[in-house]
Design a protein around this ligand. Sequence first.
Ligand SMILES: Cc1cc2nc3c(=O)[nH]c(=O)nc-3n(C[C@H](O)[C@H](O)[C@H](O)COP(=O)(O)O)c2cc1C
Length: 184
Amino acid sequence: MNETIKAIFDRRSIRNFKPDRLTDEQIETLIQVALASPSGMDLQPWLFHFITNQDKMNRISEGVLDAFRKAGNQELLDRMAARHPSIFYGAPLLVVISMSQDNLSGVDAGIAIENLAIAAQSMGLGSCIIGMAAAGFNGDEGDELARLIEMPADHAFVISIAIGYPAMSKKAHARNRDKIKIVD
Ligand SMILES: Cc1cc2nc3c(=O)[nH]c(=O)nc-3n(C[C@H](O)[C@H](O)[C@H](O)COP(=O)(O)O)c2cc1C
């Protein structure tokens, strides 16, 4: 098995990170990985926000949990509380992808976020793609959260990924062969 395929198979959603910070070199590699991502017509419609400030991450996490509280989403709040106080699971790095609301491509963002996940795995790091942060950026506190990460006024949150050293391990998710249709 080659190393790329091994990284794809070994990746897991990590929901508890060690507090160890990443080196500037590791972060620069991940910046280059983000920039190497393909995009439709090479439009590169994204802004990658590389966030290492824990206070800012905690503020975003609180904004998301506030939005769940306001929505009365107790089931989700209970699930998150059982996992970790932060929706970013204590990761030392959070990468948010924002895009102009006029040119919002979830496909481009998804490809870039998986590039980061596989690269992180290959670097001995773990990651968790975090979509639920949308609840914060789209909620009452959204403007404040957007300002916090220097998101342009016409941009919207698309997806994010928490990256760091795993403090847990877990089994691979079920591989459902019935999700494959071989077409002769
Ligand atoms: C678009 C997307 C959004 C996700 N959002 C979250 C999230 O907000 N919080 C979380 O803990 N996991 C999130 N995940 C991780 C999934 O729950 C995870 O990929 C799935 O359970 C399979 O587990 P695995 O990644 O370990 O294979 C997200 C994954 C994707 C692809």
